[in-house]
Design a protein around this ligand. Structure first.
Ligand code: DGY
Length: 326
């Protein structure tokens, strides 16, 4: 008998067809956002789950779904997983690293450029019919080339952004990370390690790419924003909650920093109301990895993790291999 799996959100039809060759598939192509109780109900009798960042796999879900063996997240981030509880319950967790690195780095860089060069703000002005003359300082932004790019969180995506800045735009690149990179990797990225305070004080453009954890909550709040240059920009493509969005909106309103670009938000898809009224912020709906080819690659990797583990006993990108007893 084929194992049963749940695909918790809408996904590419070809990925569903691939999964159906190996599993009894319950899918959610209507893309209903289930409550935790509905998720538990849907997971009954399922050995595998194809999840996204919107499905929280909590201790309560694990306790109520004893057949579950694997949750394959279609995301590189996995803060929707209670990983320790999954390991304790013997449930394997997988994510989708590598396949989205360059696409996400492209977006981070694009958001930084749009923020520095005031693209959204000036487009709104034009659409509102307010453009009636040229002016020497109209929407004058800040330089990108030759400026100092700061990166907080120097994993794969941070490194890919660093290379774009150092090698493509002649930027001085500085970074801070829990652990310092080795010298050859720093050289390849054209990046220099600095303390978090130095990063905040020196960056002209600061991009956040660190994973979310409870310890990373509000890594950037009022105190950190106050250390930044008044001309600086801040970009968050990491996770909502890493920035204190209320403090950021206040900082933007009071000229503590010049501008921000945000792809992720605390409590998304809700957005802090103050951010919606601040002009000098570019807002996008968590789309940093959203090209069709990258999203397909992510979905295929999640599917291949389910097939790899439930059919062949070998997941491709496990997060907690220790969950599986030898
Ligand atoms: C990821 O892969 O973590 C992206 O943020 C999409 O959820």
């Amino acid at each position: 008998m084929k194992p049963s799996i749940l695909v918790a959100r809408a996904v590419f039809p070809e990925v569903l067809s691939q999964l159906a060759q190996h599993f009894e598939v319950t899918s959610n192509q209507d893309d209903v956002l289930w409550t935790p109780a509905q998720l538990i109900q849907q997971l009954q009798g399922k050995q595998g789950a194809f999840t996204t960042g919107s499905e929280r796999i909590s201790q309560a879900v694990l306790a109520a779904c004893p057949d579950l063996k694997i949750c394959a997240n279609m995301a590189v981030g996995f803060n929707n997983f209670e990983l320790d509880a999954m390991t304790a319950a013997g449930v394997l967790a997988t994510n989708t690293p590598d396949v989205l690195t360059e696409t996400t780095a492209d977006f981070g860089f694009a958001l930084m450029m749009a923020t520095a060069r005031r693209m959204a703000e000036s487009e709104h002005f034009l659409r509102a019919g307010l453009w009636n003359r040229w002016r020497y300082d109209m929407f004058a932004g800040s330089e990108v080339h030759g400026s100092t790019l700061g990166i907080l969180g120097m994993g794969r995506i941070g490194q890919a952004i660093a290379k774009r800045g150092a090698h493509g735009f002649g930027m001085k690149v500085i970074y801070h990370n829990r652990s310092r990179l080795d010298a050859p990797t720093e050289a390849a990225c054209g990046a220099a390690y600095v303390s978090k305070s130095e990063l905040l004080q020196q960056a002209d453009h600061l991009i956040l790419v660190l994973p979310y954890s409870p310890e990373a909550h509000h890594t950037i709040g009022a105190a950190e924003l106050a250390q930044m240059k008044p001309t600086a920009t801040l970009v968050n493509i990491a996770r909502g909650g890493i920035v204190d969005d209320a403090a950021l909106a206040a900082a933007l309103n009071h000229g503590i920093i010049a501008a921000a670009g945000l792809d992720v938000f605390e409590g998304e898809p809700k957005v802090h109301p103050d951010l919606l009224t601040v002009p000098n912020v570019v807002l996008t709906p968590h789309i940093a990895s959203a090209t069709m080819s990258t999203r397909l690659a992510m979905a295929q990797l999640a599917a291949n993790n389910l097939i790899g583990y439930l059919v062949h006993g070998k997941p491709l990108t496990p997060l907690n291999p220790q969950a599986v007893k030898a």
